[in-house]
Design a protein around this ligand. Structure first.
Ligand code: PLP
Length: 420
């Protein structure tokens, strides 16, 4: 009897009907609903194929052309290609494309550049910061002294005077900019001036605006940042994973060793292949058009919501994402998100700055134009979507109204098919 079951090298997903049904279900969910969650996007068929390739069989450790295992000839080509494309895309000298995720990219940089107990100054999560920047529930929150800054109560924007005061008072060694729910442009030059004054390094985590940076539509973190981290699957519209970029060769060993062996082991070569594909696409002229549309669509969605009486935090957006404040509508983010999901509109509940409510039932929602733009929606479609959102958040228990919008959502999605 063979040690392999029949079809081992030939059968596809259909050989496992239980799993196949769930994956096909997810495919249909993505096809028939509108994705507005800012941490998601829709990758190309090319990226899907690269990330689902035989590279999953290959184990490598170390950097291209300096591996601990043999047989890395093609892995080296792929990773070197990803690194070269990433540096060209972001106009910098060095890249590490190995982080399995955005959190690993951040953890690796902290481990490489800081000593245990050093002070990190990052944005608090209530104001839009990311948990991997030192939240007490994470390793980073345990291993470093975490200081935070927020936003100004009136403008709902970062207040550089506050950042400077906290950095000076507590001798920050690393200042972190960039978050998960901060919709406005960030003054990287202003933050670098503070970092220089206190003797800290500046790290920018551009997960939510990397695509806009690559195409010149958002302030560029370089030359101000000493190190830049990102995810590759949000604004960059690529395979799942993380990325680190820098210019100073003196930081190279510290950052590379911080990633491996610091926070992770062997490379997920299939994900690196997916990143190479993503960076290749991002270097094409169409990616600039995509990002122009992301911005125009987000601004149209924000303006339509505001005109319908739905308050937009900080008055608008400079990237693809925005925060909606539901306080005056008498509904909480959890209830609004469930009602929207029933209509086929996927969003996430979110804290707003100075939110008096808990994270499980916060006062806000976070929306993004990334994924809708990837399937071809323009300003007109996003105005329509914003109209639906406004109707639902004002009447989240109107199940007949929600059911009728669900039908309209499906009709709109049918006009913009994916993977067909
Ligand atoms: C999403 C995000 C991350 C974390 O990414 P994972 O891949 O989920 O670890 C890190 N930083 C920021 C700013 C993010 O928005």
């Amino acid at each position: 009897m063979s040690t392999l079951h029949a079809g081992y090298f030939t059968d596809g997903l259909d050989a496992d009907p239980e799993l196949a049904a769930a994956i096909r279900g997810e495919e249909a969910r993505q096809r028939d609903g509108i994705e507005l969650i800012a941490s998601e996007n829709i990758v190309s068929r090319l990226v899907l194929e690269a990330q689902g390739s035989v590279l999953t069989n290959k184990t490598v450790e170390g950097l291209p052309h300096a591996r601990y295992y043999g047989g890395a000839e093609f892995a080296d080509v792929i990773e070197a290609l990803a690194v070269e494309r990433a540096t060209r895309l972001f106009g910098c000298r060095f890249a590490n494309v190995q982080p399995h995720s955005g959190s690993n990219a951040n953890g690796g940089v902290f481990l490489g550049l800081l000593r245990l107990g050093d002070a990190i100054l990052s944005m608090n999560t209530a104001a839009g910061g990311h948990i991997s920047h030192g939240h007490p529930a994470t390793l980073t929150g345990r291993d470093y002294r975490i200081l935070t800054y927020g936003v100004d109560r009136e403008s709902e924007r970062i207040d550089l005077d506050e950042v400077r005061a906290v950095a000076l008072d507590h001798e920050a060694k690393l200042i972190v900019a960039g978050g998960s729910a901060y919709p406005r442009a960030i003054d990287f030059a202003g933050l670098r001036a503070i970092a220089d004054e206190v003797g800290a390094l500046l790290m920018v985590d551009m997960a939510h605006f990397a695509g806009l940076v690559a195409t010149g539509l958002y302030p560029h973190p370089f030359p101000h940042a000493h190190v830049v981290t990102s995810t590759t699957y949000k604004s960059l519209r690529g395979a799942r994973g993380g990325l680190v970029l820098w210019n100073d060769e003196a930081l190279s060993d510290r950052i590379n060793y911080g990633i491996f062996p610091g926070v992770q082991g062997s490379v997920m070569m299939h994900a690196v292949a997916g990143k190479a594909a993503c960076f290749g696409e991002a270097l094409r002229p169409e990616f600039r058009l995509y990002n122009e549309a992301v911005l125009a669509n987000a601004r149209a969605m924000a303006a339509t919501l505001a005109a319908a009486g739905v308050r937009i935090v900080a008055g608008g957006t400079d990237c693809g994402l925005m925060l909606v404040d539901l306080t005056d509508l008498g509904v909480t983010g959890d209830i609004a998100a469930k009602a929207l999901e029933a209509a086929g509109l996927a969003v996430n509940k979110n804290l707003i700055p100075f939110d008096p409510r808990p994270p499980e039932a916060p006062s806000g929602l976070r929306l993004s134009s990334n994924a809708g733009t990837a399937r071809g929606f323009g300003v007109g479609e996003f105005e329509t979507v914003a109209g639906w959102i406004a109707r639902i958040v004002k009447a989240p228990s109107d199940s007949a109204g929600i059911a009728s919008i669900r039908g309209e959502v499906e009709a709109l999605c049918a006009r913009f098919p994916i993977y067909s």
